[in-house]
Design a protein. Structure first.
Length: 267
């Protein structure tokens, strides 16, 4: 999809137009996931905020893998971790000569002959330079997954359920009092089971849509919210195999077609 406007509004229009061309009903848009780039995640003029102006229920989820990368970046400011990484980097620099590397490889073959590793790998510090405070947008949904042996929801979980039922009133089609009543019965049913669900997917499979229509719909929204964008971004690496020096003059349509065929084949 060609992009000519890199502003948040321009990128949001590209996303919406792409979904419409794929014949998706964007009225059911309930989640959107991006990395921490300002053009995508900006609170006021980012693509996610523009899309939420048109579709308020499309929650923005910061990619968990990117969040982990940012957390590692923050952890690198701790003195013991910083010193440890500095030591690792110094060891790599010390052994990164042909003569010392040969000694290392001989030692590996002698001490650990079954190892497939033959050299040290240099760390990439450029991926750890950002700082960002992640926000857990799934906090209200956690009231649907009670802890073990809890037979009744707490006041905080009841408040979260009311907030969910009011936010997704178009989807659940019931009042907050009915949603809270379902939650109480849902807790008692899970407490009577031998094994509680370990995650939202197991809870969704156990939940009966006839007995708990509100809980079922909220769990469906929860399991479909985007958690990470790495699977889609991993397709970028196919460009190195598709657009080689032998195909450097191909057009955009041919490049998109070959990339789609490669991604579909590998997935």
């Amino acid at each position: 999809m060609p992009v000519y406007d890199l502003s948040g509004k321009g990128l949001a229009n590209v996303v919406v137009d792409s979904l419409c061309k794929c014949v998706f009903d964007i009225d059911y848009l309930r989640g959107q996931g991006y990395d921490g780039a300002a053009a995508m995640s900006g609170r006021f003029r980012g693509a996610q905020s523009v899309i939420r102006e048109q579709h308020p229920l499309a929650l923005y989820v910061h990619c968990s893998s990117h969040s982990l990368n940012l957390a590692i970046g923050d952890a690198c400011s701790v003195a013991p971790i910083r010193n440890c990484l500095g030591t690792i980097s110094s060891v790599y620099n010390f052994l990164n000569t042909p003569k010392r590397l040969n000694v290392l490889q001989e030692s590996i073959r002698t001490v650990c002959p079954t190892s497939n590793s033959t050299r040290l790998i240099q760390m990439c510090p450029t991926r750890w330079i950002d700082r960002h405070d992640s926000v857990n947008v799934l906090s209200d949904f956690m009231c649907l997954l009670p802890v073990k042996n809890l037979t009744a929801p707490t006041s905080g979980q009841v408040s979260a359920m009311k907030q969910l039922s009011e936010s997704y009133a178009v989807d659940v089609e019931c009042s907050s009092n009915v949603a809270v009543a379902e939650l109480q019965v849902w807790y008692r049913q899970l407490a009577s089971m031998q094994q509680s669900p370990r995650n939202a997917v197991e809870a969704y499979e156990l939940c009966s849509g006839d007995a708990f229509p509100c809980i079922k719909k909220l769990l469906q929204i929860m399991v479909t919210l985007p958690v990470t964008t790495c699977s889609s971004e991993r397709s970028f690496s196919t460009l190195r195999r598709v657009k080689t020096y032998l195909r450097s003059t191909m057009g955009t349509d041919r490049l998109n077609g070959l990339a789609a065929c490669t991604v579909k084949h590998t997935s």
